[in-house]
Design a protein around this ligand. Structure first.
Ligand code: CUA
Length: 376
């Protein structure tokens, strides 16, 4: 009897919790109403089965509870009942799977006029590529990947020269226009996911995956990585800004083309070395693991790092100066600060870039170094 009551409480509690819960879907911001419908069908079917089965178990517990002098009848086979159960289960499973197959088939079948955008995932940042005036994305190959050419674009391909490259974690898209996203990864599995679009897909090293959607609401939506990809995974976030065509075109025009961004080779962005370092710390993904506000994250904070005496995992000490930082960036795993995991990737930087980064870290230090630039 107690078990039957517990089951009843669980059933009623689950239904009430579902109805009263504050955790509902975010408002839909793309045309994928079908995704929500599929989710609703799944919830209705699994919810109905959950309620019916638990109520049935509670009923049988009460109906057939132990009573003196009463014996259960033994019935080894009941073909009629089995046929019914197999039939109902089959209908239930087909109803769970079929809508998903239909929606998925559409999900990877973009309309011909869709705007093509490439998303490149890397530990732990996003990059984006748009075709230039030519309208086609240039060829890419793993052979060409370097710090100056993270997309691995073929310098000999004329179609690659005008490709527009977005090195920041923010992607802009025009409102109401279908978009086909091509997804690539430079290192491990990632997953580009924008919850309000109800759209996501794994990014698999060595292949190009894709899906499409039409943004239906202007706004700024968080994009996140939905595949555990290392210690920096929770920091792998970005934004998708949906805006009207004019604002989108203005933003797109401000993005550098491949031809501009690779020439002169290895050139650091403009401004003072410290300002260049600030820009690099973002574009190279350093800030995914190193804070500048003094709080420890995956790696040591840069606030007050310069000039400090650092202790290493092996117990040795060293003063953090320019020579130290240069060595550390070149070979991050040679010496690891005490209390941190040896996870820093070797990031390809030109000498000028590395020196700009060191100048920026120095500006956050405590040895009377120049003041850091204003945070934007
Ligand atoms: Cu990339 Cu998680």
């Amino acid at each position: 009897m107690a078990v039957a009551v517990a089951l009843l409480v669980i059933v009623v509690g689950s239904v009430l919790f579902h109805l009263a819960s504050p955790w509902w879907l975010t408002p839909l911001a793309s045309h994928w109403q079908q995704m929500d419908n599929t989710l609703a069908i799944t919830l209705a079917i699994t919810g109905a089965f959950f309620v019916v089965i638990n109520l049935f178990v509670a009923y049988t517990l009460i109906r057939h509870r132990h009573r003196p002098g009463r014996r259960a009848a033994y019935e080894p086979e009941n073909h009629r009942l089995e046929r019914w159960l197999i039939g109902i289960t089959t209908v239930g499973i087909v109803a769970l799977l079929a809508p998903g197959l239909v929606v998925y088939a559409e999900y990877v079948q973009p309309p011909r006029d869709a705007l093509v955008v490439e998303v490149l995932g890397q530990q732990w940042q996003w990059r984006y590529r748009f075709p230039g005036a030519g309208g086609t994305l240039g060829r890419s190959d793993a052979r060409f990947v370097s710090s100056a050419n993270p997309f691995g674009l073929d310098p000999a391909d004329p179609a690659a020269q005008d490709d527009l490259l977005v090195g920041a974690n923010e992607l802009h898209l025009p409102l109401g226009k279908p978009v086909k996203l091509l997804l690539r990864s430079l290192d491990v599995l990632h997953d580009f996911y924008v919850p309000p679009f109800r759209a996501r897909m794994n990014m698999v090293p060595g292949m190009v995956t894709w899906f499409w959607f039409t943004p239906t609401t202007a706004g700024r939506f968080e994009a996140l990585c939905a595949q555990l990809c290392g210690v920096g995974h929770p920091e792998m976030r970005g934004y998708v800004v949906v805006e009207d065509e004019a604002a989108f075109q203005a933003w797109l025009r401000a993005q550098p083309s491949f031809a501009v961004s690779v020439a002169p080779p290895g050139a650091a962005p403009g401004g003072s070395p410290v300002a260049q370092g600030l820009t690099l710390s973002r574009s190279k993904g350093c800030v995914a693991c190193h804070t500048v506000d003094g709080s420890a994250a995956v790696g040591p904070t840069w606030r007050g790092l310069y000039g400090r005496t650092e202790t290493f995992a092996d117990g040795s000490n060293a003063r953090v100066d320019e020579a130290f930082l240069n060595t550390e960036i070149r070979d991050p795993k040679a010496r690891v600060a005490k209390g941190f995991a040896p996870v820093m990737p070797q990031i390809e930087l030109s000498d000028a870039e590395r020196e700009a980064l060191v100048a920026y870290i120095r500006s956050l230090g405590g040895d009377g170094a120049p003041a850091p630039p204003q945070q934007q």
